[in-house]
Design a protein around this ligand. Structure first.
Ligand code: BT5
Length: 326
């Protein structure tokens, strides 16, 4: 019924009375109103005027299967696509779908996550309708040791996607953050299921703060959104398309060598703090050194004060600027 109401609104161009919708669809006013609310949750902007009815504005930031299906210019990624109004976590949903046999390249999006996840049990703020909360499913044939580099390919794709969609230049904070003006705009969470040292599937989860205007106090000093940075609202579906298309290209490049041989230079050009002091926070303690960028395995090279070189493996560590988050 939601699709039918949308069709009527589109065709009418102007107002369609609630009464008319009820009668022609044979449903109650409440049922119509509920569908209108759902469409608004998907991002459609619908004006409701007493005695005239509903009118669809075409400036909406719509993130629906229909809209994305029309827009997506990828070759294979997202051909199987599911957009939810609400899930606990798109990564969890992707894993559930993977267990049931979903195909490689399945993309899952949600308007809102009720239990968005960061790394190591941390949570990810995912308010309704203002971000891209997205995961995609891969069933690669390479060994599990290569999988951590998928996070790096996703970071490159987000940076390029944002540049193409908005013109904004952002930077990568190794291994899984995208930052702009020293604040976090995006986080990436890659999860893997293995058996007998073989990958069963990998889920790459990407959270991008798009049109968020306010963050909870705990992160208001470190988090930002594209709207806050540029002053312009961004259409999420267009950004999704740019990020997924860019990712397909980087992934194809990565698959040629199964490492960052061909991507390293471009990655390091986007990396924040190259040539600067960084603080490495590991379970064994904190130390500082100068970041020299990543090597071809995707590990961060850091020069210690005594001149020796340390290779930092992602997973357990966080990297900070010496004076704060970046
Ligand atoms: C991450 O973890 O940055 C990975 C976040 C991945 C989120 C995506 S959304 C789609 C998919 N589904 C999921 O459930 N997850 C993925 P980490 O490096 O551990 O950073 C988490 C920390 O970032 C939190 O402890 C907060 O301090 C901060 N944070 C939480 N929400 C944020 C937000 N919306 N923007 C910026 N910072 C945030």
């Amino acid at each position: 019924m939601k699709a039918e109401i949308l069709k009527r609104l589109r065709e009418a161009g102007g107002y369609v009375s609630g009464q008319e919708l009820c009668e022609s669809l044979g449903v109650s006013r409440t049922a119509v109103w509920k569908c209108i609310r759902q469409l608004e949750d998907e991002g459609y902007v619908i004006e409701a005027v007493r005695n005239r009815g509903y009118r669809l504005e075409d400036s909406g930031d719509v993130l629906s299967e229909q809209e994305l299906g029309k827009l997506l210019s990828t070759r294979w990624l997202g051909k199987n696509l599911a957009v939810f109004d609400e899930v606990d976590s798109t990564n969890n949903e992707a894993r559930r779908m993977a267990e049931k046999g979903a195909v490689e390249g399945t993309v899952i999006l949600a308007a809102r996550q009720t239990a968005g996840k960061g790394r190591r049990g941390r949570s990810w703020e995912s308010p309704r309708g203002t971000g891209i909360w997205m995961s995609f499913l891969l069933r690669p044939e390479f060994e599990p040791a290569h999988a951590s580099m998928l996070t790096l390919t996703a970071a490159m794709a987000v940076a390029k996607g944002i540049r193409r969609a908005t013109g904004l230049d952002c930077q990568i904070k190794w291994p899984n953050d995208i930052v702009i003006n020293g604040k976090k705009l995006c986080g990436i969470l890659t999860e893997m299921s293995t058996e007998d040292n073989q990958i069963r599937y990998v889920v790459v989860g990407i959270g991008i703060n798009v049109n968020i205007t306010e963050f909870p106090e705990e992160i208001s000093g470190t988090a930002t959104s594209l709207l806050l940075e540029s002053g312009q609202p961004v259409r999420r579906a267009i950004l999704v398309d740019h990020v997924l298309s860019a990712w397909e290209e980087y992934y194809a490049e990565f698959l040629k060598t199964l490492d960052f041989q061909n991507l390293r230079e471009e990655y390091n050009a986007c990396l924040v703090n190259v040539g600067r002091q960084v603080k490495i926070l590991s379970p064994q303690g904190a130390w500082t050194g100068v970041s020299l960028g990543i090597d071809r395995e995707g590990q961060l090279l850091v020069e210690k004060p005594d001149g020796s070189m340390e290779t930092v493996v992602s997973g357990e560590v966080s990297v900070r600027g010496v004076y704060g988050y970046v």
